[in-house]
Design a protein around this ligand. Structure first.
Ligand code: BGC
Ligand code: BGC
Length: 619
């Protein structure tokens, strides 16, 4: 349609030229040709961003402005639909990948949305968001880093910054400009299904690792491979009663400010470009409708100048009824949300927002503020100058350099919790049995938010499993025998490595309100190995501490591996002592599920305290 328009305009111009013919001088004709017309201020990269925003806002219609505040799902809006409605943003939710799922086809998809957007009359580029929460985890072949719970244990902010940079490069290879990371949640109860997205239970754990923001955004948003970061979820997501995902955080304002706010203050100091509102309630009121939290606290008191984005249909939760209403739209806009992640109901959202504005229940100044914030980031990112994918980054996706970095992160995140001398394992003249459902399952070891939203067991991604790492580590004089259920083990082995734990989950699906025990398969495998008398090294691959106090006395060694991701070989590096363990717990390890919530400073005695972790003695 736009190209037809252009053709028509051109035809009219030709007609005019023919009519005026030779009577006009070239000097009079000059302004008619587009190339000689002065560039609008907003299109001039030499102008300051604030001036460009002002200029653009003056040219935008109400439709343009309302559309700018909407973020739709890739799988719910074609490039043409998004452009026609002037939608400001597109996202890929967990597992929303183009087919085939290659970095290149992601880039093609991105470019298709971007081309349609810049082909509209004002040519405002779209901004595309994704959850790259442990590497660019939706993309086949990407480097998958340990989930945050492991990075919190690594206690190495510089490493985490490098991970942010590597992630930004892989994200940039697919064109994408906006990452819904990091989660700066402070997990206070590990029964919560999102515990692994947290760097730890103390605000300091998230503060320290907020260096990932600098990695993602780079030195300047306009720089090469810079991706807009998102501090999420504002606020109180890790503090819900019972660890209930999207539940109610029942704490005083003083505690909210002391425990959950500091990581966001730090993120703002680091220039984070966006903040995502949380699904949870605070003392019974949903954050998505809370003006005090979003406008008074975040925007006014903390002076956050970036984009406040809603969570996925988060505005629909304000009144507790399914399907969002006009009242929920105006309440959330008035609360201070700028960009609305309404993945599939964007037409309904636009209709309701326009009606609420016309009825005077939403102030035009609120629409201006939202647009100003969104457009400012688009200009700062250089999207008007370079809207399309820089494909030179394609070669970084899953590169050796990034995988080496991920392997270092895996090593650094291992926490040795028990060792009677069985560790490190000898590489020479050893006879090792490896068992357990998580020993040779890269899907389990990557966890949720990997290729799909919930993640999946099995060969979900390319990379190395813990077993692969063990096999590669030993010398020719050693043997490694593997059976998932430990069939065939006998007393003739010198050591058994039993890799147990959780299978993938994300968000509420991972809530375990009254049980954090090992499953029946794990307990059976462990019992079978124990019965042979072979020394047991238990390796726990899980998104959080599990209830293992009863099994612990039967183990000679115990390592918390968390969710290491694509480079399982890093676990073996620690088991064999190629890397001396340095990881320390960033969460208190409960002595039973009944002890939850248990956190440093609460007077309870956990099985292992926050900060605990052994290393190997000198040999
Ligand atoms: C999407 C996720 C999203 C979730 C919200 C899923 O279908 O894939 O990205 O977080 O829905 O409920
Ligand atoms: C999650 C967010 C995520 C969003 C988009 C939601 O369900 O809570 O963390 O960024 O989906 O996938």
């Amino acid at each position: 349609m736009t190209s037809r328009l252009r053709v028509r305009r051109k035809a009219r111009r030709t007609q005019t030229l023919l009519l005026t013919g030779l009577f006009l001088t070239s000097a009079v004709l000059a302004p008619v040709t587009a190339s000689a017309a002065p560039k609008p201020i907003y299109q001039d990269p030499k102008q300051p961003v604030a001036k460009r925003v002002d200029d653009l806002l003056r040219r935008m219609s109400l439709d343009d402005k309302l559309g700018q505040m909407v973020q739709a799902e890739r799988n719910g809006a074609t490039p043409a639909q998004a452009a026609r409605l002037r939608l400001g943003s597109i996202l890929s939710g967990g597992g929303s990948s183009p087919a085939p799922n290659t970095a290149e086809s992601w880039a093609n998809t991105y470019d298709a949305y971007q081309r349609a957007a810049v082909d509209t009359p004002l040519g405002i580029p779209t901004i595309y968001g994704v959850d790259a929460v442990h590497g660019h985890n939706n993309v086949w072949g990407a480097t998958v880093f340990p989930h945050n719970v492991g990075l919190g244990a690594a206690g190495d902010p510089a490493l985490v910054q490098k991970i942010g940079r590597a992630t930004a490069e892989e994200v940039s290879a697919t064109g994408i400009d906006w990452d819904f990371a990091p989660c700066l949640c402070v997990v206070r109860d590990e029964r919560w299904g999102r515990s692994y997205e947290s760097f730890g239970e103390k605000p300091e754990d998230a503060i320290r690792n907020s260096t990932v923001i600098n990695g993602l955004q780079g030195g300047s948003l306009n720089g090469p491979a810079s991706v807009l970061a998102t501090a999420k979820h504002f606020i109180g997501d890790g503090g819900t009663t019972g660890g209930d995902d999207q539940g109610n955080t029942e704490i005083s304002e003083q505690e909210l400010r002391a425990v959950h706010l500091p990581p966001f203050q730090e993120a703002i100091k680091r220039g984070v470009g966006s903040v995502m509102v949380s699904y949870n309630s605070w003392n019974g009121v949903k954050d998505h409708g809370n003006k005090f939290l979003i406008t008074d606290l975040l925007k006014n008191e903390l002076k956050f100048g970036g984009i406040v984005v809603s969570d996925w249909n988060g505005i629909d939760q304000i009144d507790g009824q399914t399907g969002f209403t006009a009242a929920e739209v105006s309440q959330s806009v008035n609360a201070g949300i700028d960009m609305f992640m309404v993945p599939h109901d964007y037409v309904k959202f636009l209709t309701l927002l326009r009606a609420e504005l016309n009825a005077g229940r939403v102030a035009p100044s609120r629409i201006e503020d939202a647009n100003r914030r969104i457009l400012t980031k688009k200009f700062e990112l250089g999207l008007f100058e370079r809207p399309l994918t820089d494909r030179s980054y394609l070669e970084t996706v899953g590169s050796k350099e990034h995988r080496d970095l991920a392997r270092q992160a895996v090593r650094a995140s291992q926490v040795v919790l028990k060792n009677d001398g069985v560790l490190p394992l000898a590489k020479k003249d050893n006879k090792i049995f490896v068992a357990g459902k998580n020993a040779n399952d890269i899907g389990n070891q990557a966890g949720g938010w990997t290729i799909s939203w919930q993640g999946q067991s099995g060969p979900a991604i390319p990379g190395s499993t813990v077993l692969d790492g063990i096999k590669a580590a030993v010398g020719k004089s050693s043997t490694v025998t593997y059976d998932r259920e430990a069939d065939g083990i006998d007393a003739g082995y010198q050591a058994a490595v039993v890799v147990v734990g959780e299978t993938p989950y994300a968000e509420g699906a991972g809530d375990r309100p009254d049980d954090l025990s090992l499953d029946a398969e794990d307990l059976t495998t462990l019992a079978k190995v124990k019965a042979t008398g072979v020394p047991v090294v238990a390796v726990l691959v899980s998104g959080r501490p599990l209830d293992i106090a009863k099994q612990l006395p039967q183990w000679n060694g115990f390592v918390a591996s968390w969710l290491p991701g694509s480079e399982g070989a890093g676990v073996a590096d620690v088991l064999f002592g190629d890397y001396k363990p340095t990881g320390k717990l960033a969460v208190s390890w409960p002595d039973s599920v009944a002890q939850e919530p248990v956190n440093a400073g609460d007077g309870k005695t956990p099985l292992f305290p926050h900060g605990f972790g052994l290393t190997y003695p000198r040999r």
